[in-house]
Design a protein around this ligand. Structure first.
Ligand code: PLP
Length: 428
Protein backbone atom coordinates (compact mmCIF):
# COMPACT_ATOMS: atom_id res chain seq x y z
CA UNK A 1 0.00 0.00 0.00
CA UNK A 2 1.24 3.50 -0.82
CA UNK A 3 2.08 5.53 2.25
CA UNK A 4 1.81 8.78 0.33
CA UNK A 5 -1.89 8.61 -0.39
CA UNK A 6 -4.14 11.33 0.95
CA UNK A 7 -6.84 10.73 3.53
CA UNK A 8 -9.75 10.11 1.15
CA UNK A 9 -7.70 7.73 -1.00
CA UNK A 10 -6.65 5.73 2.06
CA UNK A 11 -10.28 5.68 3.21
CA UNK A 12 -11.16 3.73 0.06
CA UNK A 13 -7.98 1.79 -0.75
CA UNK A 14 -5.85 1.18 2.35
CA UNK A 15 -5.77 -2.51 3.24
CA UNK A 16 -7.92 -3.41 0.21
CA UNK A 17 -5.85 -4.79 -2.65
CA UNK A 18 -7.87 -7.03 -5.03
CA UNK A 19 -8.38 -10.50 -3.55
CA UNK A 20 -5.37 -12.61 -4.66
CA UNK A 21 -7.47 -15.76 -5.18
CA UNK A 22 -10.38 -14.31 -7.19
CA UNK A 23 -9.57 -10.72 -8.12
CA UNK A 24 -12.64 -9.58 -6.18
CA UNK A 25 -12.45 -5.78 -6.11
CA UNK A 26 -14.25 -5.37 -2.78
CA UNK A 27 -12.75 -6.95 0.33
CA UNK A 28 -14.48 -10.35 0.63
CA UNK A 29 -16.20 -11.33 3.86
CA UNK A 30 -14.02 -14.25 4.95
CA UNK A 31 -16.72 -16.04 6.91
CA UNK A 32 -14.43 -18.75 8.22
CA UNK A 33 -13.32 -19.80 11.67
CA UNK A 34 -10.08 -21.56 10.71
CA UNK A 35 -7.41 -21.69 7.97
CA UNK A 36 -5.75 -24.83 6.56
CA UNK A 37 -2.06 -25.08 7.44
CA UNK A 38 0.40 -25.89 4.61
CA UNK A 39 1.94 -28.63 6.76
CA UNK A 40 2.76 -29.38 10.40
CA UNK A 41 5.93 -27.25 10.36
CA UNK A 42 3.93 -24.25 9.03
CA UNK A 43 1.38 -24.70 11.83
CA UNK A 44 4.15 -24.81 14.45
CA UNK A 45 5.76 -21.63 13.06
CA UNK A 46 2.42 -19.77 13.16
CA UNK A 47 1.70 -20.87 16.72
CA UNK A 48 5.19 -19.82 17.84
CA UNK A 49 4.81 -16.34 16.21
CA UNK A 50 7.85 -17.13 14.04
CA UNK A 51 5.69 -16.54 10.98
CA UNK A 52 2.70 -14.24 10.57
CA UNK A 53 -0.45 -15.84 9.16
CA UNK A 54 -3.99 -16.94 9.83
CA UNK A 55 -4.69 -19.60 12.47
CA UNK A 56 -8.13 -19.06 13.96
CA UNK A 57 -10.57 -16.12 13.68
CA UNK A 58 -10.54 -15.29 17.39
CA UNK A 59 -7.04 -13.90 16.66
CA UNK A 60 -6.98 -12.91 13.00
CA UNK A 61 -9.29 -12.88 9.97
CA UNK A 62 -8.53 -11.39 6.52
CA UNK A 63 -11.62 -9.11 6.45
CA UNK A 64 -10.80 -7.80 9.91
CA UNK A 65 -7.11 -7.44 8.89
CA UNK A 66 -8.11 -5.21 5.96
CA UNK A 67 -10.06 -2.99 8.34
CA UNK A 68 -7.11 -2.88 10.76
CA UNK A 69 -4.76 -1.79 7.96
CA UNK A 70 -7.23 0.88 6.82
CA UNK A 71 -7.73 2.37 10.29
CA UNK A 72 -3.96 2.32 10.97
CA UNK A 73 -3.38 4.19 7.68
CA UNK A 74 -6.04 6.82 8.46
CA UNK A 75 -4.69 7.45 11.96
CA UNK A 76 -1.04 7.37 10.86
CA UNK A 77 -0.32 4.42 13.18
CA UNK A 78 2.11 1.51 12.83
CA UNK A 79 -0.70 -1.02 13.36
CA UNK A 80 -4.21 -1.50 14.67
CA UNK A 81 -6.25 -4.23 16.36
CA UNK A 82 -10.00 -4.37 15.90
CA UNK A 83 -12.33 -5.80 18.52
CA UNK A 84 -15.97 -6.22 19.42
CA UNK A 85 -16.83 -2.73 20.77
CA UNK A 86 -15.40 0.61 21.82
CA UNK A 87 -15.49 -0.51 25.43
CA UNK A 88 -13.58 -3.67 24.52
CA UNK A 89 -10.97 -1.46 22.79
CA UNK A 90 -10.42 0.45 26.04
CA UNK A 91 -9.73 -2.77 27.97
CA UNK A 92 -7.57 -4.09 25.11
CA UNK A 93 -5.52 -0.85 25.19
CA UNK A 94 -5.04 -0.88 28.97
CA UNK A 95 -4.48 -4.62 29.43
CA UNK A 96 -0.77 -4.79 28.39
CA UNK A 97 0.05 -1.69 30.45
CA UNK A 98 -1.72 -2.47 33.70
CA UNK A 99 -1.58 -4.85 36.63
CA UNK A 100 -2.95 -5.00 40.17
CA UNK A 101 -2.09 -1.80 42.07
CA UNK A 102 -1.45 0.22 38.91
CA UNK A 103 -3.52 3.26 37.95
CA UNK A 104 -4.41 5.49 35.03
CA UNK A 105 -5.07 9.22 34.95
CA UNK A 106 -8.29 9.89 33.05
CA UNK A 107 -9.98 13.11 31.98
CA UNK A 108 -13.11 14.13 33.93
CA UNK A 109 -14.80 14.79 30.56
CA UNK A 110 -15.54 11.33 29.16
CA UNK A 111 -18.43 9.30 27.80
CA UNK A 112 -20.55 8.23 30.80
CA UNK A 113 -20.04 4.53 30.09
CA UNK A 114 -16.28 5.05 30.18
CA UNK A 115 -16.47 6.85 33.53
CA UNK A 116 -18.38 3.84 34.87
CA UNK A 117 -15.96 1.32 33.30
CA UNK A 118 -13.00 3.15 34.86
CA UNK A 119 -14.47 4.07 38.24
CA UNK A 120 -16.28 0.77 38.93
CA UNK A 121 -15.43 -2.21 36.75
CA UNK A 122 -11.66 -2.03 36.35
CA UNK A 123 -11.36 -1.96 40.16
CA UNK A 124 -12.10 -5.70 40.05
CA UNK A 125 -8.82 -6.18 38.17
CA UNK A 126 -7.06 -4.20 40.90
CA UNK A 127 -6.64 -1.26 38.50
CA UNK A 128 -7.16 2.28 39.81
CA UNK A 129 -8.12 5.58 38.19
CA UNK A 130 -7.55 9.24 39.04
CA UNK A 131 -9.92 11.63 37.28
CA UNK A 132 -8.31 14.97 36.48
CA UNK A 133 -9.52 18.07 34.60
CA UNK A 134 -7.00 17.97 31.74
CA UNK A 135 -7.34 21.72 31.16
CA UNK A 136 -5.31 21.96 34.39
CA UNK A 137 -1.89 20.73 33.28
CA UNK A 138 -0.34 21.20 36.73
CA UNK A 139 -3.03 18.97 38.23
CA UNK A 140 -2.25 16.38 35.56
CA UNK A 141 1.45 16.45 36.38
CA UNK A 142 0.74 16.26 40.12
CA UNK A 143 -1.63 13.28 39.76
CA UNK A 144 1.05 10.94 38.37
CA UNK A 145 2.73 8.54 40.80
CA UNK A 146 5.07 5.52 40.52
CA UNK A 147 2.12 3.23 39.76
CA UNK A 148 0.62 5.36 36.98
CA UNK A 149 0.77 3.57 33.62
CA UNK A 150 -1.22 5.73 31.19
CA UNK A 151 -3.09 8.98 30.61
CA UNK A 152 -6.52 8.65 28.95
CA UNK A 153 -8.67 11.32 27.29
CA UNK A 154 -11.19 11.87 24.50
CA UNK A 155 -10.23 14.20 21.63
CA UNK A 156 -13.73 15.69 21.43
CA UNK A 157 -15.65 14.57 24.48
CA UNK A 158 -19.07 13.04 24.90
CA UNK A 159 -21.63 14.51 25.60
CA UNK A 160 -20.63 18.20 25.69
CA UNK A 161 -18.45 18.25 22.59
CA UNK A 162 -15.68 19.85 24.69
CA UNK A 163 -12.22 19.51 23.17
CA UNK A 164 -8.90 18.36 24.63
CA UNK A 165 -5.64 20.17 23.91
CA UNK A 166 -3.90 16.96 22.84
CA UNK A 167 -0.45 18.50 22.08
CA UNK A 168 -0.34 20.03 25.59
CA UNK A 169 -1.38 16.78 27.29
CA UNK A 170 1.07 14.78 25.13
CA UNK A 171 3.98 17.01 26.23
CA UNK A 172 3.25 16.16 29.87
CA UNK A 173 2.85 12.46 29.08
CA UNK A 174 6.31 12.61 27.47
CA UNK A 175 7.78 14.38 30.50
CA UNK A 176 6.34 11.66 32.75
CA UNK A 177 7.40 8.80 30.45
CA UNK A 178 3.78 7.62 30.16
CA UNK A 179 1.76 6.54 27.12
CA UNK A 180 -1.11 8.85 26.16
CA UNK A 181 -4.28 7.05 25.03
CA UNK A 182 -6.78 9.17 23.06
CA UNK A 183 -10.35 8.05 22.38
CA UNK A 184 -10.83 9.58 18.92
CA UNK A 185 -14.41 8.34 18.41
CA UNK A 186 -16.06 11.76 18.19
CA UNK A 187 -13.45 13.54 16.08
CA UNK A 188 -12.47 10.61 13.85
CA UNK A 189 -9.14 10.82 11.98
CA UNK A 190 -10.92 13.06 9.47
CA UNK A 191 -10.95 15.93 12.00
CA UNK A 192 -8.09 14.98 14.34
CA UNK A 193 -4.94 12.85 14.14
CA UNK A 194 -3.90 12.29 17.77
CA UNK A 195 -0.74 10.38 16.82
CA UNK A 196 0.60 13.40 14.87
CA UNK A 197 0.03 15.42 18.07
CA UNK A 198 1.99 12.99 20.24
CA UNK A 199 -0.51 10.33 21.34
CA UNK A 200 0.83 6.79 21.88
CA UNK A 201 -2.41 4.86 21.30
CA UNK A 202 -5.75 5.78 19.77
CA UNK A 203 -8.94 3.92 20.64
CA UNK A 204 -12.21 3.99 18.71
CA UNK A 205 -15.78 2.99 19.00
CA UNK A 206 -16.31 2.00 15.35
CA UNK A 207 -19.99 1.85 16.26
CA UNK A 208 -20.18 5.59 15.69
CA UNK A 209 -18.88 7.74 12.78
CA UNK A 210 -16.45 5.21 11.31
CA UNK A 211 -19.26 2.84 10.37
CA UNK A 212 -21.54 5.85 10.22
CA UNK A 213 -25.00 4.38 9.89
CA UNK A 214 -25.88 2.67 13.16
CA UNK A 215 -25.39 -0.91 11.96
CA UNK A 216 -22.33 -2.23 13.80
CA UNK A 217 -20.84 -2.50 17.28
CA UNK A 218 -17.05 -2.47 17.01
CA UNK A 219 -13.83 -1.06 18.36
CA UNK A 220 -10.18 -0.53 17.48
CA UNK A 221 -6.86 0.20 19.16
CA UNK A 222 -4.29 1.97 16.96
CA UNK A 223 -0.63 1.93 17.96
CA UNK A 224 1.63 4.85 17.00
CA UNK A 225 4.61 2.48 17.19
CA UNK A 226 6.56 5.32 18.80
CA UNK A 227 6.61 4.50 22.52
CA UNK A 228 9.80 2.97 23.95
CA UNK A 229 8.35 0.17 26.09
CA UNK A 230 11.85 -0.83 27.24
CA UNK A 231 12.91 2.62 28.49
CA UNK A 232 11.72 1.74 32.02
CA UNK A 233 10.68 -1.41 33.87
CA UNK A 234 7.06 -0.21 33.93
CA UNK A 235 5.76 -2.26 30.99
CA UNK A 236 6.98 -5.85 31.54
CA UNK A 237 4.28 -7.38 29.29
CA UNK A 238 6.02 -5.71 26.35
CA UNK A 239 9.64 -5.49 27.52
CA UNK A 240 10.11 -8.80 29.39
CA UNK A 241 10.08 -12.44 28.13
CA UNK A 242 6.56 -13.88 27.67
CA UNK A 243 6.28 -17.42 29.11
CA UNK A 244 3.28 -18.37 26.92
CA UNK A 245 5.42 -17.80 23.78
CA UNK A 246 8.63 -19.63 24.77
CA UNK A 247 10.17 -16.55 26.39
CA UNK A 248 9.69 -14.27 23.36
CA UNK A 249 10.00 -10.56 24.16
CA UNK A 250 7.39 -8.54 22.23
CA UNK A 251 9.29 -5.24 22.07
CA UNK A 252 12.59 -6.84 21.04
CA UNK A 253 10.98 -9.18 18.50
CA UNK A 254 8.35 -6.92 16.89
CA UNK A 255 9.83 -3.43 17.40
CA UNK A 256 7.29 -0.72 16.58
CA UNK A 257 4.59 -3.37 16.14
CA UNK A 258 5.06 -4.77 19.68
CA UNK A 259 1.79 -3.40 21.03
CA UNK A 260 -0.19 -4.53 17.97
CA UNK A 261 1.21 -8.08 18.10
CA UNK A 262 0.60 -8.25 21.84
CA UNK A 263 -2.97 -7.06 21.31
CA UNK A 264 -3.64 -9.97 18.97
CA UNK A 265 -1.41 -12.74 20.34
CA UNK A 266 -2.31 -12.15 24.01
CA UNK A 267 -5.23 -9.69 24.11
CA UNK A 268 -7.58 -11.25 21.58
CA UNK A 269 -6.30 -14.76 22.24
CA UNK A 270 -7.07 -14.65 25.97
CA UNK A 271 -9.74 -11.96 26.39
CA UNK A 272 -11.62 -13.08 23.27
CA UNK A 273 -13.26 -9.73 22.46
CA UNK A 274 -13.03 -10.42 18.73
CA UNK A 275 -14.68 -8.48 15.88
CA UNK A 276 -16.60 -10.66 13.42
CA UNK A 277 -15.88 -10.41 9.66
CA UNK A 278 -19.42 -9.23 8.80
CA UNK A 279 -19.03 -6.26 11.14
CA UNK A 280 -15.61 -5.51 9.64
CA UNK A 281 -17.21 -5.46 6.18
CA UNK A 282 -19.88 -2.92 7.18
CA UNK A 283 -17.25 -0.72 8.80
CA UNK A 284 -15.00 -0.90 5.71
CA UNK A 285 -17.98 0.27 3.62
CA UNK A 286 -18.69 3.09 6.05
CA UNK A 287 -15.12 4.36 6.15
CA UNK A 288 -15.09 4.82 2.35
CA UNK A 289 -17.21 7.99 2.79
CA UNK A 290 -15.81 9.16 6.16
CA UNK A 291 -14.21 12.37 4.84
CA UNK A 292 -17.36 13.41 2.94
CA UNK A 293 -19.62 12.61 5.85
CA UNK A 294 -17.55 14.39 8.51
CA UNK A 295 -17.40 17.59 6.46
CA UNK A 296 -21.21 17.55 6.17
CA UNK A 297 -21.69 16.59 9.86
CA UNK A 298 -19.56 19.59 10.87
CA UNK A 299 -21.29 21.98 8.45
CA UNK A 300 -24.73 20.94 9.74
CA UNK A 301 -23.62 21.07 13.40
CA UNK A 302 -22.43 24.67 12.95
CA UNK A 303 -25.73 25.71 11.36
CA UNK A 304 -27.88 24.04 14.02
CA UNK A 305 -25.70 25.24 16.94
CA UNK A 306 -25.82 28.83 15.64
CA UNK A 307 -29.60 28.67 15.30
CA UNK A 308 -30.09 27.22 18.79
CA UNK A 309 -27.78 29.78 20.40
CA UNK A 310 -29.84 32.64 18.97
CA UNK A 311 -33.16 31.15 20.18
CA UNK A 312 -34.69 32.66 23.33
CA UNK A 313 -36.07 29.28 24.50
CA UNK A 314 -32.51 27.93 24.77
CA UNK A 315 -30.28 28.89 27.71
CA UNK A 316 -26.92 27.58 26.49
CA UNK A 317 -25.23 25.57 23.72
CA UNK A 318 -21.94 23.75 24.38
CA UNK A 319 -20.60 23.40 20.82
CA UNK A 320 -16.84 24.16 20.85
CA UNK A 321 -17.20 25.57 17.33
CA UNK A 322 -19.17 28.55 18.73
CA UNK A 323 -17.20 31.71 19.63
CA UNK A 324 -19.02 31.70 23.02
CA UNK A 325 -17.45 28.35 24.03
CA UNK A 326 -14.57 28.40 26.55
CA UNK A 327 -12.97 25.77 24.27
CA UNK A 328 -13.35 27.84 21.06
CA UNK A 329 -9.67 28.86 20.88
CA UNK A 330 -8.49 25.26 21.52
CA UNK A 331 -10.96 23.99 18.92
CA UNK A 332 -9.66 26.44 16.28
CA UNK A 333 -6.04 25.52 16.98
CA UNK A 334 -6.24 21.74 17.52
CA UNK A 335 -9.34 20.89 15.44
CA UNK A 336 -9.20 23.34 12.51
CA UNK A 337 -11.49 21.18 10.33
CA UNK A 338 -14.29 21.41 12.89
CA UNK A 339 -15.29 20.57 16.43
CA UNK A 340 -17.33 17.52 15.44
CA UNK A 341 -21.12 17.21 15.38
CA UNK A 342 -22.05 16.26 18.93
CA UNK A 343 -23.04 18.86 21.51
CA UNK A 344 -25.61 19.63 24.12
CA UNK A 345 -27.93 22.49 24.79
CA UNK A 346 -29.88 23.51 27.86
CA UNK A 347 -33.52 24.51 27.66
CA UNK A 348 -35.63 26.88 29.75
CA UNK A 349 -37.95 24.90 32.01
CA UNK A 350 -35.43 22.38 33.38
CA UNK A 351 -35.83 18.61 33.48
CA UNK A 352 -39.53 18.56 32.48
CA UNK A 353 -39.03 20.74 29.42
CA UNK A 354 -35.96 18.73 28.33
CA UNK A 355 -37.90 15.46 28.48
CA UNK A 356 -40.88 17.01 26.63
CA UNK A 357 -38.59 18.29 23.90
CA UNK A 358 -37.19 14.81 23.31
CA UNK A 359 -40.70 13.37 23.15
CA UNK A 360 -41.83 15.94 20.55
CA UNK A 361 -38.94 15.62 18.08
CA UNK A 362 -39.97 13.69 14.94
CA UNK A 363 -37.00 13.74 12.55
CA UNK A 364 -34.41 13.32 15.32
CA UNK A 365 -34.43 9.74 16.63
CA UNK A 366 -34.43 9.27 20.39
CA UNK A 367 -31.67 6.66 20.76
CA UNK A 368 -28.59 5.84 22.84
CA UNK A 369 -26.16 6.23 19.96
CA UNK A 370 -24.24 8.93 18.11
CA UNK A 371 -22.32 9.38 14.89
CA UNK A 372 -25.13 8.11 12.68
CA UNK A 373 -25.99 9.61 9.25
CA UNK A 374 -29.37 10.44 10.80
CA UNK A 375 -29.74 13.02 13.55
CA UNK A 376 -30.15 11.68 17.06
CA UNK A 377 -31.19 13.06 20.42
CA UNK A 378 -31.00 11.87 24.00
CA UNK A 379 -31.58 13.27 27.46
CA UNK A 380 -28.25 12.22 28.99
CA UNK A 381 -29.14 12.77 32.66
CA UNK A 382 -31.90 10.14 32.61
CA UNK A 383 -30.11 7.67 30.30
CA UNK A 384 -26.41 7.46 29.27
CA UNK A 385 -25.21 9.35 32.34
CA UNK A 386 -27.84 8.08 34.83
CA UNK A 387 -25.25 5.88 36.63
CA UNK A 388 -23.29 8.98 37.62
CA UNK A 389 -23.68 11.10 40.75
CA UNK A 390 -25.25 14.57 40.30
CA UNK A 391 -21.80 16.16 40.63
CA UNK A 392 -20.33 13.79 38.00
CA UNK A 393 -23.31 14.53 35.70
CA UNK A 394 -22.74 18.27 35.86
CA UNK A 395 -18.95 17.85 35.50
CA UNK A 396 -19.58 15.69 32.41
CA UNK A 397 -21.98 18.29 30.98
CA UNK A 398 -25.13 16.21 31.48
CA UNK A 399 -27.25 18.32 33.85
CA UNK A 400 -31.07 17.86 34.18
CA UNK A 401 -32.01 20.59 31.66
CA UNK A 402 -29.51 19.37 29.07
CA UNK A 403 -30.28 17.53 25.82
CA UNK A 404 -27.59 15.95 23.65
CA UNK A 405 -27.75 16.17 19.85
CA UNK A 406 -25.80 14.13 17.34
CA UNK A 407 -26.21 16.09 14.13
CA UNK A 408 -26.61 13.95 11.01
CA UNK A 409 -26.11 14.69 7.33
CA UNK A 410 -29.73 15.52 6.40
CA UNK A 411 -30.81 18.93 5.05
CA UNK A 412 -30.13 21.36 7.89
CA UNK A 413 -33.38 23.31 7.28
CA UNK A 414 -35.36 20.15 8.11
CA UNK A 415 -33.39 19.65 11.34
CA UNK A 416 -34.06 23.24 12.40
CA UNK A 417 -37.77 22.97 11.59
CA UNK A 418 -38.02 19.85 13.75
CA UNK A 419 -36.19 21.50 16.67
CA UNK A 420 -38.37 24.61 16.29
CA UNK A 421 -41.67 22.73 16.61
CA UNK A 422 -40.39 20.59 19.52
CA UNK A 423 -39.07 23.64 21.40
CA UNK A 424 -42.47 25.28 20.94
CA UNK A 425 -44.21 22.24 22.42
CA UNK A 426 -41.71 21.86 25.28
CA UNK A 427 -41.83 25.49 26.42
CA UNK A 428 -45.53 26.18 25.78
C1 PLP B 1 -19.86 4.93 22.36
C2 PLP B 1 -18.56 5.36 22.90
C3 PLP B 1 -17.71 4.43 23.52
C4 PLP B 1 -18.06 2.99 23.71
O1 PLP B 1 -18.17 2.34 22.48
P1 PLP B 1 -19.09 1.03 22.26
O2 PLP B 1 -18.82 0.68 20.83
O3 PLP B 1 -20.49 1.45 22.53
O4 PLP B 1 -18.60 0.01 23.23
C5 PLP B 1 -16.48 4.90 23.97
N1 PLP B 1 -16.12 6.18 23.84
C6 PLP B 1 -16.93 7.10 23.25
C7 PLP B 1 -16.48 8.51 23.13
C8 PLP B 1 -18.18 6.72 22.77
O5 PLP B 1 -18.97 7.62 22.20
Amino acid sequence: MSENWGFDTNAIHAGAAPDPATGARQVPIYQTTAYVFQDAAHAARLFGLQEVGYIYSRLTNPTVSALQARIAALEGGAGAVCCSSGHAAQILALFPLMGPGRNIIASTRLYGGTITQFSQTIKRFGWGVKFVDLDDLDALRAAADDDTRAIFCESISNPGGYVTDIPAVARIADELGLPLIVDNTLATPSLCKPIEMGATLVVHSLTKYLTGNGTVTGGAVVDSGRFDWSASDKFPSLSQPEPAYHGLTFHKTFGNLAFTFHGIAIGLRDLGMTMNPQAAHYTLMGIETLGLRMARHVENARIVADWLESDSRVTSVTYAGLASSPWYETAQRVYPKGAGALFTFAIKGGYDAAVKLVDHLRLFSHVANLGDARSLVIHSASTTHSQLTDAQKIAAGAGPDVVRLSIGIEDPADLIADLDQALAAATA
